[in-house]
Design a protein around this ligand. Structure first.
Ligand SMILES: [Zn+2]
Length: 272
């Protein structure tokens, strides 16, 4: 049963990858379309054979030395270490956002939330989330105020979208998201990168693997995508838009645990 489920997941993943995802938006795909495969990204496979570990994920060590801040887009973490950057976008559904926050609080999982401030979820959960942001367990990244494709709006609109959300993040969580932002849909180019960089957003954070849940999929599908993409060095994108992921947090944590992965924020890995 397990092998057939995995096979089905593989077929589905391949389909999603090729078609660019679902009806909501294309952050479902395995890698962002605009940048293709990472030139110096992580390996597709775990390095060596990670052994199952009983160590709670919150107790595995974080990097002792940090990598230089990247110049330009990243799709994966630097090689070396069993680090997984689990990132969570949007926040369309308040219940899903809150359950993600509860999950982080309960397990110590380190997450990066790329928030769209126009969703009320982030304000509603702010008091609970803020201490984890302040401690560094949760990083807040800028995903623009209301999720436009940066490649289809004016330079001033790009600046306004990032700045309005930047001010929201500062006001709500007391931190700056700079220099990290995620272009909605993964759509970016040299021009949008330069406009964003002109106001301090120098690192577009893309991904190498997706839970494919920007639209509604089943809990089992979420687990299958985690099984496929939760690997060392990967930046994986998920979404706080629909509840199925909240039904399988324990299974996702088990995958992290069994593979000896250490969840990290981007600031855990990079200087800055
Ligand atoms: Zn998004």
């Amino acid at each position: 049963m397990r092998s057939s489920a995995l096979l089905a997941a593989g077929v589905l993943a391949a389909t999603v990858f090729l078609t660019g995802g679902c009806a909501v938006h294309s952050e479902t795909m395995g890698t962002p379309s605009s940048s293709g495969l990472p030139s110096a990204g992580p390996s597709d496979q775990p390095s060596g054979s990670p052994s199952p570990s009983d160590t709670p994920i919150a107790q595995l060590p974080l990097p002792t030395t940090k990598a230089p801040l990247p110049t330009g887009a990243i799709t994966g973490l630097p090689k070396g270490g069993n680090y997984l950057a689990w990132t969570v976008d949007d926040g369309a559904d308040p219940e899903t956002v809150e359950k993600y926050v509860d999950f982080a609080q309960r397990t110590g999982t380190r997450l990066t939330f790329f928030v769209n401030g126009h969703y009320p979820s982030w304000t509603q959960v702010a008091d609970k989330l803020r201490p984890m942001v302040q401690s560094g367990q949760i990083q807040i990244g800028n995903h623009t105020w209301d999720h436009p494709a940066l490649t289809k709006i004016s330079d001033q609109q790009i600046r306004d979208e990032l700045t309005k959300n930047d001010e929201f993040i500062e006001k709500t969580f007391g931190v700056s998201a700079k220099p990290y932002y995620r272009p909605p849909f993964g759509y970016h180019n040299a021009h949008t990168d330069a406009v964003a960089a002109s106001i301090g957003y120098t690192v577009p954070v893309l991904w190498y693997g997706s839970l494919s849940d920007s639209g509604l999929i089943t809990p089992d599908q979420v687990v299958s995508f985690a099984d496929q993409w939760f690997l060392p060095g990967h930046i994986v994108i998920g979404h706080a838009n629909h509840t199925p992921v909240t039904e399988v947090f324990d299974q996702l944590e088990k995958i992290v645990q069994e593979r000896g992965l250490r969840t990290v924020t981007l600031r855990d890995i990079y200087q800055g």
